[in-house]
Ligand binder design. Structure first.
Ligand code: SF4
Ligand code: SF4
Length: 309
């Protein structure tokens, strides 16, 4: 059995801001709600969402021998919001201007695991960050990291929602488990719902991925007439209006300092750039996932949309 205190200290020294631990078990309520969301056709062409549902909501099915899940969070809140002018057709979500979080968070989780192995040498683990079918937002809520805001993201009262999550699924029990936060929530705020330019945020705190710019610019959905409002990768709108982000401190971990100035990605630059130059400019960021061609296509759609206005 590992001590929760040891886990918390190890996670903080690995660079995370928040950490909670829950028992590995079936998340029945959350799974039922997710199934209803899927039945409503909300996943659109994101077919992977309907695969491995049982594993997604029960870490014991995802990792054999799993006993506990450590959920870590780290802020990437930028030092300033990029001041895009109204006519910008190449806006990028803040997190995408940083080194790819899949890589950074995995490194931090491995550092955490290495520290835990010093007290428990036989420990077996698997590390995840937004990469496997694991209901990480539901786990984060259960572990007391925050609540699920109306925009469907985990909101922490001090750090807001601009956080990355990472999980370590371990095969040991922990002496004490965390519980959800109480007495916190969105209250009567509806800022994100009102600010979403495509009306993608539903009253039941789910997102209509068919209308969400973030999904439309990153995932490979068929082309349609959903406006991108100047974004070429992701969308920050529903987070930038959130009062909890407005009052949150800037990220503390320098691994989440921006490494790319979005001015490098003007429409002219994107059009003239070759693959090699794109790799040199954005190769370490999550934008590589979309690729140059997709960013160019999104920027052209935005330019056309801008002219039509
Ligand atoms: S990311 Fe943008 S489009 Fe998607 S729900 Fe938030 S504001 Fe709406
Ligand atoms: S903007 Fe308001 S409603 Fe939306 S997540 Fe933040 S607090 Fe909740």
């Amino acid at each position: 059995m590992i001590s929760r205190k040891v886990i918390i200290n190890a996670a903080l020294s690995a660079g995370f801001d928040l950490v909670g631990v829950v028992r590995s078990e079936e998340l029945t309520e959350e799974r039922n709600r997710f199934n209803e969301w899927l039945l409503g056709g909300n996943a659109s062409t994101l077919e992977y969402l309907s695969r491995n549902i049982e594993k997604r909501f029960d870490s014991r099915l995802l990792v054999e021998g799993s006993r506990s899940v450590i959920i870590c969070a780290v802020s990437y809140l930028p030092p300033y919001a990029w001041d895009y002018d109204g006519g910008s057709v190449t806006k990028v979500a803040s997190y995408a201007l940083n080194r790819d979080y899949h890589v950074t968070i995995k490194e931090m989780l491995f550092s955490l695991a290495e520290q835990l192995r010093r007290v428990s040498p036989e420990l077996r683990f698997r590390a995840f960050t937004d990469s496997a079918p694991l209901a990480e937002k539901s786990l984060a809520r259960r572990a007391g990291i925050g609540w699920i805001g109306r925009n469907s993201l985990v909101v922490n009262p001090k750090l807001g929602s601009m956080m990355h999550l990472g999980e370590l699924v371990i095969d040991e029990d922990v002496d004490e488990y965390d519980t959800p936060m109480e007495g916190v929530g969105c209250g009567s705020c509806r800022a994100c719902v009102e600010a979403c330019p495509n009306g993608a945020i539903r009253d039941d705190r789910t997102i209509d991925t068919r209308r969400c710019i973030s999904c439309r610019t990153i995932e490979r959905e068929a082309d349609d007439h959903i406006p991108l409002h100047g974004w070429i990768f992701g969308c920050d709108i529903c987070q930038s209006v959130c009062p909890f982000n407005r009052h949150a401190p800037m990220h503390a971990n320098s691994k989440f300092d921006p490494i790319l100035n979005p001015d490098m990605l003007s429409l002219e630059n994107l059009d003239s750039m070759g693959d090699e130059e794109f790799r040199a400019v954005a190769g370490a960021t999550p934008m590589m996932r979309a690729g140059l061609e997709r960013l160019r296509r999104n920027a052209r759609l935005n330019a056309r949309e801008h002219l039509d206005r």
